[in-house]
Design a binder for this molecule. Structure first.
Ligand code: NAD
Length: 468
């Protein structure tokens, strides 16, 4: 990793600050041209380098890189390019009778100079995805990727240098110190993806400059499987969404609540699917990613040890070897286990059982609002019950993780799982100020009420208050 120095950080920030109005003036066609150049860089020019970097960083299988790093960015660009003209257009609003003689609209203007801080779990996707929205909205941006995935950061730097000039977009590498330095600068908007803990640090730093923030955070994302669910489909979809990227996904199913009557068949099916996906020796499978480093592997494995110490049963997996932990399913997890308190962010799946849907709702309400909550059921009234009795950033019904890739949906959490939304039009808005524009065409009737406030004018004001 090349850590950037204070001097270069300040230089880049000042250059972008000076250049921001020029970038803001860019037309829709110019912004689309930049986005399409970025798409070509990701999809063609640097595709193999991206794959190699992700493999070097944590043995991410090529198929997962193509789907979750390349496609996630190119589809965001395609969607943005299709709608950018509409999103950039002034949006006229209605005019009440009392404002007769005027018209009003909302103009989407760029926030200005933006900072994007990204995590290591999808280093390309979670750096370039927000960048697509920042560029679409006409901003300059500095990207600070995670220090844990240095090969990916190096490719990101090359991609950005290939497509943009440094006074428009630049990658700055470094760890917490670099991040802290960047956060001390008066950026106009900060788009942070990472843990709730660091999210609080970012929001405090942003408060110093009253910078706006989008915080894409994490937490525990539960899955509910009721007695009417299609168990085969649930096991298959859940296994992919949980164990892809070795479970290091913010929206991965964190734990499962399965109806007691279906627990046996669900566990059998899950075991069959996992053997199908990764064979009898998953640690040697080319379709299975590693943990990002020993520190995280140790953290996750300690959750397993703690749960087992407190009486949990390992029904599948449990092996750890050189930064790799096999897909692991555990049952009979004691309430006080750490695995039920902390976000797992790794390939361990606690399966809990329930008899009454109210138990599930009580449990979910007792924790922070999840980033995602998944419901597997064939019964509409049950789906509606879980939807309306819980809160979450997003939900998939009879699937998991997929809402992230649906470009017409906003993506994000609520409170502890995030503030603000990303993707598509919501991403464009996150990086835009909605500027109110009121234009007077004819003299306003309200002008008749200017001082001095005579008895007659006071009577008219009385009427206005009553009527409008
Ligand atoms: P992290 O919060 O530790 O780090 C994220 C970024 O913040 C990195 O670039 C890091 O260098 C920087 N950082 C770390 N400590 C900092 C500090 N004290 N001050 C300033 N900057 C600091 O997160 P991570 O370990 O990289 O990623 C895992 C977390 O991210 C999980 O909680 C996961 O749920 C969450 N996440 C959320 C989303 C989402 O879209 N909501 C996506 C991916 C990951």
């Amino acid at each position: 990793m090349v850590a950037d120095t204070t001097g270069s950080i300040n230089r880049i920030f000042e250059a972008q600050k000076a250049h921001q109005y020029k970038v803001a003036e860019s037309s829709c066609v110019e912004r689309k041209t930049k986005l399409l150049a970025l798409k070509k860089a990701v999809e063609e020019t640097f595709r193999q380098e991206i794959r190699d970097a992700l493999f070097a960083d944590f043995r991410k299988p090529q198929a997962e890189t193509d789907l979750t790093e390349i496609f996630a960015v190119t589809s965001e660009i395609n969607h943005t390019v299709s709608y950018l003209e509409k999103w950039m257009s002034d949006r006229y609003v209605k005019t009440p009778l009392s404002f007769f003689g005027s018209s009003s609209y909302v103009r989407y203007e760029p926030k200005g100079t933006c900072l994007i801080i990204s995590p290591w779990n999808f280093p390309v996707n979670l750096s370039l995805g927000p960048l697509v929205s920042a560029v679409a909205a006409g901003n300059t941006a500095v990207i600070k990727p995670s220090e844990y995935t240095p090969h990916s950061s190096a490719v990101l730097r090359k991609i950005v240098a290939h497509v943009f000039s440094p006074d428009e977009v630049e990658v700055i590498e470094g760890g917490v110190e670099t991040s802290t330095e960047l956060l001390s600068l008066p950026f106009n908007h900060i788009f942070f993806t990472g843990s709730p803990q660091v999210g609080k640090v970012v929001m405090k730093a942003a408060a110093e400059h009253l910078a706006s923030v989008t915080l894409e955070l994490g937490g525990k994302s539960p899955v509910i499987i009721d007695e009417t669910a299609d168990i085969q489909a649930a096991a298959r979809r859940l296994a992919w969404g949980k164990f892809m990227n070795s479970g290091q996904i913010c929206i991965a199913p964190d734990y499962v609540f399965v109806h007691r009557s279906k627990a046996g068949s669900f566990l059998e099916e899950l075991e069959r699917v996992l053997a199908d996906f990764y064979g009898q020796a998953p640690l040697g499978s080319d379709s299975y990613c590693s943990m990002v480093n020993e520190k995280h592997a140790g953290r996750v494995h300690a959750y397993l040890e703690d749960a087992v110490e407190k009486g949990a049963k390992v029904v599948f997996g449990g092996e750890k070897e050189a930064g790799r932990i096999s897909p692991t399913v555990i049952t009979e997890v004691a309430a006080g286990s750490k695995i039920l308190q902390e976000e797992i962010f790794g390939p361990l799946l606690p399966v809990l059982t329930y008899d009454d849907p109210e138990e599930v709702v009580r449990h979910i309400r007792s924790g922070e609002k999840p980033l995602a909550l998944y419901i597997y059921s064939r019964k509409n009234s049950r789906i509606e019950y879980f939807l309306s009795h819980t809160r979450a950033g997003g939900t998939c019904i009879n699937n998991n993780d997929m809402h992230f890739l649906q470009p017409y949906l906003p993506f994000g959490g609520d409170n502890n799982s995030g503030i603000g939304k990303a993707h598509g039009e919501w991403g464009f808005k996150a990086f835009s100020n909605e500027r109110s524009v009121y234009r007077q065409h004819l003299p306003s009737v309200l002008e008749k009420l200017m001082p001095p406030y005579t008895a007659g004018k006071n009577r008219v004001i009385e009427w206005i208050v009553k009527l409008f």
